[in-house]
Design a protein around this ligand. Structure first.
Ligand code: GLU
Length: 550
C-alpha cells in the first residue's frame, strides 16, 4: 500500500477518533523529576484475589520509588474483561490501603497521567494503533476463529511456533480494495502488529535483577486490538508505561517470555525504553512432595493476604518480611540496627533474588518477633487492643479492664540490649500472657505444664509468707531466694547441685520453678520477680492456693 492508501485505511478503520497520537503525546508531558527518580507502577488485573506475590511486587514498586523520591502509581489493567471478578478493583485498592502500600498517584488516588484504568483509555490506544496503520506497522486481520484454529493445529503437528507470522499471516498484504470489500461485507477483524522482526536475530537485553537475557527477535503478528477494538494487555501496557512515564517496570518474572514482544512494541511505537526488573516468584517447599513450588493460594494459608490481617500480623512486621525477601542483605542489617526503620535501608536490584524467593516460616516468625521486641509494652497493648476489637471482642474487653496490669506485664524485659522475643502476632498476646489476667489464669490453670511433676507447696508458701520482699532490687531478691534455698537444704546454684547432688534436695532454680509454675502455670515465663511485683503478695498467695486445689 502507498502512504496515501495507508492513510485511507486508517480512516476507514478509525473514522471517529477525536484525537491523534500527537495530541496524547502533548497531553502527558515528561514528569518534572530529577534524573535518578524512579517512576514505578503496580498494574494488577482484577481477575482474582490479591496474594502475597502481588503484595510483594507492589511493595517493591513502593520502596524503589520512595527511596529515589520518584513516583509509585497504581494502574488497573482490566483489558481482559471476561476474566474480571466482582469487586476485584475494590479488593485491590482495599488491600493497598489495608497493608499501607500506598501509591503516590493512580486509580482511586489522584494524578495527572490518568485515567488509570485501562478500560477508560480505549481511545488513546486506538489513536496509537491508527498511527501504526499509517506507518504500515499494523494491519486488519479478518481471519476467522476456524481458520486460526486450523493453523494452530497444523503448527502443533509440524512442531513449529504457534501464531500468525510469515506465510500464515495471509492478511498482511491485503490491498486497500480488498480491505474495503471485507469491511463492506461486515467481516469482523482484529488489528495485528506487522512484526518487523526475524527470529533468527538475537536480542540481548539487561534486566535489572536477572542481568543479561538473550532472546530471539519477536516475529509474530500479535493482536493489538481485539474485535471490539479494545486493546490487548501487551499494547495497552506499552502505551501506558510510555504516557505515564514509567522508568522501571517491576513485575513478576512470568512476563519475561513476553519481553521480545514488549521490546519490539516499544521500538515500533518509537517509545523511550523502560528498564525492566523481573521479580522471581515466592516459592515454598511442598509439605507433601518436598519439592519447591510457587506459593499457592489453595495450599498455603500465608499466600492469601487475609491470613496476615486476621492472624494479627502487624502491617509493619509484614513490611519487614517483604523487605527481607526483597533484598538478601536486609535481614542482617535490620537485626544489627536496633533503632532503624525500613526507610533507612537502601534497596538495590542487585540484591534481589534471581531464582525463587523461598517463604520461610521460621524467618517470618523471627522477623515478627523482632518487630514486637522493639515495641514498648504500651505500644503492644494498644495495637493488640485494636486487633482484638476487630477479631476477638471478648478479649478486647478483658484487655480494657486490665489495662494497667497488662501494660506492666507487656513491658517486662523490654529494656536492655536483647529485649524479649516472645510474640510474633497480636493473637499470641492472649496465649502468651494469659497468666496476666486472673480470670484467664483460673480457667487455664496449669494446662501449659508438660509434666506431672508435683511441686512443694509448703516450701513455696513458707517462702512467700515469711521471706518474699517485693520492695527490693531484682538482685537483692535473688540473693534472698538463695539464702532461703540454702536454709532449706537446696544448693544455691545448679552447678553446686550437680557437683554434690546427694547433699541437696535440689537447687535454687527448682524453687524458682515451683513459684513460677504456681503463679503462671508454666515453666517458662518472663522474669519471675517482675511478674511477682506486678501481681503483689495477695494475688501470689491466691494462686498458690489454686495450685494446692488443682
Ligand atoms: N496486569 C499484569 C498482571 O496482573 C501485570 C503485568 C505488568 O506488570 O506488566 O499480571
Amino acid at each position: 500500500m502507498t502512504e496515501e492508501e495507508r492513510k485511507e485505511l486508517a480512516d476507514l478503520l478509525f473514522p471517529n477518533l477525536e484525537h491523534d497520537r500527537d495530541y496524547y503525546e502533548k497531553l502527558y508531558p515528561e514528569r518534572e523529576l530529577d534524573d535518578n527518580c524512579m517512576v514505578t507502577r503496580y498494574g494488577p488485573s482484577p481477575t482474582g484475589s490479591v496474594h502475597l506475590g502481588n503484595l510483594f511486587s507492589a511493595f517493591c514498586d513502593m520502596i524503589y520509588a520512595r527511596q529515589s523520591r520518584g513516583v509509585f502509581y497504581l494502574r488497573i489493567e482490566d483489558t481482559d474483561q471476561k476474566r474480571m471478578i466482582d469487586g476485584g478493583i475494590e479488593n485491590i485498592t482495599g488491600v493497598l490501603h489495608g497493608f499501607n502500600i500506598l501509591p503516590n498517584e493512580g486509580y482511586s488516588f489522584s494524578g495527572e497521567y490518568g485515567p488509570y484504568k485501562q478500560s477508560d483509555r480505549t481511545e488513546i490506544y486506538q489513536a496509537y494503533v491508527k498511527d501504526l496503520i499509517i506507518k504500515g506497522l499494523a494491519y486488519p486481520c479478518f481471519m476467522s476463529e476456524d481458520e486460526q484454529n486450523a493453523i494452530k493445529e497444523e503448527q502443533a503437528i509440524n512442531k513449529v511456533k504457534i501464531g500468525i507470522y510469515g506465510h500464515y499471516a495471509v492478511d498482511r498484504d491485503l490491498s486497500i480494495d480488498e480491505v474495503r470489500e471485507k469491511l463492506d461485507n461486515g467481516e469482523e477483524y482484529v488489528i495485528r502488529l506487522k512484526s518487523p522482526g526475524n527470529s533468527k536475530n538475537t536480542i540481548e537485553f539487561v534486566d535489572c535483577i536477572k542481568g543479561k537475557i538473550k532472546f530471539p527477535e519477536h516475529d509474530v503478528d500479535t493482536v493489538l486490538l481485539k474485535k471490539d477494538k479494545t486493546p490487548t494487555y501487551h499494547l495497552a501496557h506499552a502505551i501506558d508505561d510510555h504516557l505515564m512515564h514509567t522508568t522501571h517496570v517491576i513485575r513478576g518474572d512470568e512476563w519475561v517470555s513476553s519481553l521480545p514482544l514488549h521490546y519490539q512494541l516499544f521500538q515500533i511505537l518509537d517509545f523511550k525504553p523502560v528498564k525492566y526488573a523481573h521479580i522471581a516468584p515466592i516459592t515454598i517447599k511442598d509439605q507433601e512432595t518436598g519439592t519447591i513450588r510457587k506459593l499457592s493460594k489453595r495450599k498455603d494459608p500465608w499466600a492469601g493476604v487475609k491470613f496476615y490481617e486476621e492472624g494479627g500480623i502487624p502491617i509493619d512486621a509484614l513490611h519487614l518480611y517483604l523487605a527481607t525477601i526483597a533484598n538478601t542483605n536486609f535481614e542482617e542489617w535490620y537485626l544489627k540496627n536496633q533503632d532503624k526503620k525500613i526507610e533507612d535501608f537502601t534497596f538495590t536490584f542487585e540484591k534481589m533474588a534471581i531464582g525463587g524467593t523461598s517463604f520461610d516460616e521460621a524467618k517470618f516468625n523471627n522477623i515478627c518477633k523482632t518487630y514486637f521486641s522493639r515495641k514498648t509494652g504500651e505500644e503492644v497493648y494498644f495495637e493488640t487492643l485494636e486487633f482484638a476489637k476487630k477479631y476477638d471482642q471478648e478479649y478486647a474487653s478483658i484487655l480494657e479492664e486490665n489495662k494497667l496490669d497488662m501494660i506492666k506485664f507487656l513491658s517486662i524485659e523490654k529494656d536492655g540490649a536483647r529485649p524479649r522475643k516472645d510474640i510474633a502476632k497480636y493473637s499470641d498476646v492472649k496465649e502468651e500472657f494469659s497468666y496476666a489476667i486472673d480470670s484467664m489464669f483460673k480457667k487455664e490453670k496449669y494446662s501449659k505444664l508438660d509434666t506431672e511433676k508435683v511441686y512443694d507447696i509448703d516450701l513455696v508458701l513458707d517462702y512467700v509468707n515469711n521471706y518474699l520482699n517485693l520492695d527490693v532490687s531484682n538482685e537483692e531478691w535473688f540473693n534472698g531466694v538463695r539464702d532461703f534455698a540454702s536454709d532449706n537444704g537446696y544448693a544455691t546454684s545448679p552447678k553446686e547441685y550437680k557437683n554434690n547432688s546427694e547433699l541437696y534436695k535440689g537447687h535454687v532454680g527448682d524453687i524458682c520453678e515451683a513459684i513460677r509454675v504456681m503463679i503462671t502455670g508454666r515453666k517458662q515465663s518472663p522474669d519471675l520477680f517482675s511478674i511477682m511485683k506486678i501481681l503483689g503478695k495477695a494475688r501470689i498467695l491466691e494462686r498458690i492456693e489454686l495450685y494446692s486445689n488443682k
